[in-house]
Structure formats: structure tokens, C-alpha cells
Write a protein that binds this ligand. Structure first.
Ligand SMILES: Nc1ncnc2c1ncn2[C@@H]1O[C@H](COP(=O)(O)OP(=O)(O)OP(=O)(O)O)[C@@H](O)[C@H]1O
Length: 248
């Protein structure tokens, strides 16, 4: 297991500028920033799906975009923003696609991972339903279950809470915390700054493609950073771990 995912002066022309950061497994990292800041670009680069124009991303000693596809898929689980499902398969079949990178592993291990992922995302009653007959949030949960079924070292998720109701969003954040406690790396693009403040161990703030803050949420999402980056006057209310953001 590679313990770190490191960005070294990563540049994607017009989208990211010389971003450097070292992410260690075992915690939740949030990537925040306004629309167009470069968050999804950064996540795609971390996942090895987009090669930077300059700089590099390393997973341990290996350069991510040079890893063989199956090896990369075993280590880096990626949930894109607003993902599409190309095939009209059942939820169970969709989730089982998460085991493709592990071809050759014992069937019992695969089934165990699939069942656990379906349970983790509260999808048992939809197991045999075609994904085209799910609601938007149910589909989002099925896609997340597919990523969980891989049991990758890293979970890279772009706005994973976007379509989820309050209860399922809270459950998913608990799942991410469990994954982090099991030693996986969890990197989430989040628009909801309160979620990042309350759940992330570290927050990276992007603005116009640059990394402008990186640290514990109380530092990276301070009221002055929010004013500077989002152009919004905001105040944090409540206790640590249950903060709410009051705007204006
Ligand atoms: N395929 C692409 N080719 C060229 N430019 C792109 C492409 N995708 C996005 N961009 C541009 O790159 C910049 C960063 O986009 P990115 O999708 O990474 O932003 P983001 O922070 O994820 O935004 P959002 O919060 O709106 O999802 C934006 O200015 C965007 O217009």
C-alpha cells in the first residue's frame, strides 16, 4: 500500500497552476473553492485520468498517470461529478463492476465486498432493480457503492453528497470516516463549507487554479479566507464539529 499521494508543481494549462501538496492516507481531505476554481481538474489529475502539462503526481514512488490501468483502479477509486451510467444493468451488476480490477480474486471475497458496499449505501431493497429505474440520489448511492466495492487504498469523490438527502449524506460521511479509520485516503470535493469544516481533517482551497490555503479546516476555511476567495461575508456559529455558516 502506498501511503502518500503527492502533487509536485502540477499544472494543467488554464485550469491549475503549480499545485504542490502531499496527502497521506488515514484522514479525510476536502478540496473546496468557487465554481471553476479547478477542483474537479485536480481530482482527475490525482486519479491519473488527466495528465498534467507540467509537474507530476506520485503514488508512493510511482507516477500516477504511468501506472497500468488495472493497478491504478485497484489503488485509486474515483467517483466523478454527475456521473452517467451507460448501461441498463441492475444495481448489483453495477456494483460488481467495482471488482473488475481484481479479476482472479476469490469469488467469495468479491461477493463479500459487493454485499458490504450495497449495505453501506443502504441499497439492499434496490439490489435487483435496473439502475435506470432509480431516483437521482439512489443512482448516486449505487455509483458510490461501486467505488466502495473495489476497496481501493484511496477514495477520490467529486461532490459525493450532491444528490443525497440529509440522512444519506450523514451516513455517507460516516462511511468516509470509517474508510479513513481503516487507513484509506479519502479526498472529497465539497461545496458545502460546513461539511468540510465539520468532517475534514485537512482542507485544500483552490482559487483560479491556485492552492491558496491548505491546513486544518479552522485555518483553511477561516472567515477571512472565505471573504477573500468566495467574496462573501460569513461567520462560523456553533461548537467545533457542529459548525454552521451564517452568511451576511
Ligand atoms: N475539458 C476542459 N477543457 C478546458 N477547460 C476546462 C475543461 N473542463 C473545465 N475547464 C475549465 O477549467 C477550469 C476549472 O474547471 P473545474 O471543472 O476543475 O472547476 P471546479 O472547481 O470543479 O468547478 P465547479 O465547482 O463548477 O464544479 C474552469 O475554468 C473550466 O471552465
Amino acid at each position: 500500500m502506498s501511503s502518500s499521494l503527492a502533487l509536485d508543481q502540477v499544472t494543467v494549462t488554464g485550469r491549475l497552476e503549480a499545485v504542490t501538496a502531499k496527502l497521506n492516507r488515514g484522514g479525510i481531505k476536502a478540496i473546496c473553492g468557487p465554481n471553476g476554481a479547478g477542483k474537479s481538474t485536480l481530482l482527475s489529475v490525482l486519479a491519473g485520468l488527466l495528465a498534467p502539462d507540467a509537474g507530476c503526481v506520485r503514488l508512493g514512488a510511482a507516477q500516477v498517470d504511468r501506472l497500468p490501468a488495472a493497478e491504478r483502479a485497484r489503488q485509486l477509486g474515483y467517483l466523478p461529478q454527475a456521473p452517467e451510467i451507460a448501461w441498463d444493468v441492475s444495481v448489483e451488476t453495477l456494483v460488481s463492476l467495482g471488482r473488475l480490477p481484481w479479476r482472479g480474486a476469490p469469488a467469495s471475497e468479491a461477493q463479500g465486498a459487493i454485499d458490504a458496499a450495497i449495505a453501506a449505501m443502504d441499497l439492499e431493497r434496490f439490489r435487483h432493480r435496473p439502475v435506470t429505474r432509480l431516483s437521482g440520489g439512489e443512482r448516486a448511492r449505487a455509483l458510490m457503492a461501486r467505488v466502495l466495492a473495489t476497496r481501493p487504498d484511496w477514495l477520490l469523490a467529486d461532490e459525493p453528497l450532491a444528490n443525497l438527502d440529509l440522512a444519506h449524506a450523514a451516513t455517507l460521511m460516516r462511511r468516509f470516516r470509517e474508510q479513513a479509520q481503516e487507513g484509506r485516503g479519502v479526498v472529497l470535493v465539497l461545496h458545502d463549507l460546513a461539511t468540510a469544516m465539520n468532517h475534514a481533517d485537512r482542507v485544500l482551497v483552490l482559487h483560479h487554479g491556485r492552492l491558496v490555503a491548505d491546513g486544518p479546516p479552522g485555518h483553511a476555511l477561516s472567515e477571512s479566507v472565505i471573504r477573500e476567495v468566495w467574496g462573501v461575508e460569513a461567520r462560523w456559529l456553533g461548537e467545533p464539529g457542529a459548525r454552521a455558516l451564517a452568511i451576511g
